[in-house]
Design a binder for this molecule. Structure first.
Ligand code: COA
Length: 380
């Protein structure tokens, strides 16, 4: 059974203080329908990915909330897997389509974060961590700083090597009209930006963001030129301290192996990938766990320009990634799919990867407790 990506839309990411969650969801779903060329009544079910609406807005019942905005009375689900909530919503939608329960579904990822102070948001995000991590007072920048230190010790990566991730992603984001940050940065600017959790600096971190993204998937025969050929998920321990490695994420390795097998492809066949770079080190480790770079070479390959638009090799984060595009946590996984859809349709404008035919999305929860991978194929 083929799963077609009929269309999708991503809102502007950033500080959307004058847009309510209702309005943001409504506008994004409407534009996704327009992109797919169908009416709301053609949607059989709605899957909503979101992490923080309950904590920040006292609004948990998001299936009904957004079905109302879409103007439909179909089955509607809210899915939560921390920063991989969007990916989980997509994976659940794909499974429901494969089971033959629905023919055409919408997946909405949405998050409003910037109406709250940074310390309140950091603390809310730690809902994705473990009890013992919360008891220490650590937050996600600190957890990823530990991964960075372990990687630097094991492979001798320097802070300047790592800075190349932000330089690349800000460069790509400068071509993305929806990105939160559209300014390029240099290695020097990254190295001189404020320390957040040693050795991670401000410009190594994804920001706190508002945003939404919606995509429409269908098993019906359509003119769509983009198909999902793998949708996989794997889990790991909540606590970093229970892991056997700090320089590889087991959930990503397991989900990726299943995805490549299901798609019948190898990492070298991927033209463009949206990577979950919540902190620069996450992209370095992912590029190795996904098989694009050898162990210990992820940052060097990024610094050499191999992962930058125009290199002719696999391009990472053409959207600007979480770093420059922004990271409204529940929206990110869906936004990744919309970016790959546009790449495979040849509609990515200044960010277009030449002759992109195969794309991958990599969406991670917490410090690697869950990973969702999708592989998409285009036929242009
Ligand atoms: N990259 C680049 N610039 C950033 C930025 C980022 N990640 N975060 C904020 N800025 C900019 C702001 O635009 C602002 O610029 P301005 O002064 O020109 O307006 C300035 O830095 C200060 O912004 P502010 O909102 O006060 O930053 P902050 O110090 O409160 O927060 C972080 C910065 C990095 C701590 C915060 O973005 C953060 O916690 N990020 C990680 C989020 C996270 O953990 N997500 C889940 C991942 S698992």
């Amino acid at each position: 059974m083929k799963i077609h990506v009929l269309g999708g839309n991503t809102s502007k990411f950033g500080e959307l203080w004058d847009t309510s969650p209702r309005e943001l969801g409504r506008q994004t779903m409407k534009k996704a329908l327009q992109s797919a060329g169908i009416e709301a009544r053609g949607i059989d079910a709605l899957f909503v990915g979101n992490m923080l609406s309950g904590i920040f807005g006292n609004q948990e019942n998001l299936g009904a909330f957004y079905a109302e905005e879409l103007g439909v009375q179909v089955p509607a689900f809210r899915l939560e897997a921390a920063c991989a909530s969007g990916g989980l919503a997509l994976h659940s939608a794909v499974n429901a389509l494969l089971a033959g329960i629905y023919e055409t579904v919408m997946v909405l990822g949405i998050e409003k974060m910037t109406d709250h102070q940074q310390d309140v948001v950091s603390s809310a995000l730690m809902a994705a961590g473990s009890d013992e991590e919360r008891q220490t007072g650590i937050t996600f920048p600190g957890l990823y700083a530990l991964l960075t230190q372990a990687y630097m010790q094991e492979y001798g990566m320097t802070e300047a090597d790592l800075a190349a991730v932000a330089v690349k992603n800000h460069y790509h984001g400068s071509h993305n009209p929806n990105a939160q940050f559209r300014f390029p940065v240099t290695v020097e600017q990254v190295l001189l930006s404020a320390k957040v959790a040693d050795p991670l600096k401000l410009l190594d971190c994804s920001p706190i963001s508002d945003g939404a993204s919606a995509v429409i998937l269908s098993t019906k025969k359509h003119k769509s030129k983009v198909e999902i050929i793998a949708s996989t998920m794997a889990t790991d321990t909540l606590s970093l301290s229970d892991r056997s490695s700090f320089t590889s994420l087991g959930a990503v390795v397991r989900a990726a192996a299943k995805a490549y097998k299901a798609a019948g492809i190898q990492p070298k066949d991927v033209d463009v990938a949206e990577i979950h770079d919540c902190f620069s080190i996450a992209e370095v480790i992912a590029s190795e766990d996904l098989g694009f770079s050898k162990k210990g070479h992820g940052a060097l390959d990024i610094a050499s320009g191999k992962r930058t638009l125009g290199s002719g090799e696999v391009i990472l984060n053409s959207s600007g990634g979480l770093k420059a595009c922004g990271h409204p946590v529940g929206a990110t996984g869906v936004k990744q799919m919309v970016e790959i859809m546009e790449q495979l349709q040849g509609k990515a404008g200044d960010r277009q990867v030449h002759k992109a035919k195969v794309g991958l999305t990599h969406n991670v929860a917490g410090s690697g407790s869950q990973a969702v991978i999708h592989i998409l194929k285009g036929s242009i």
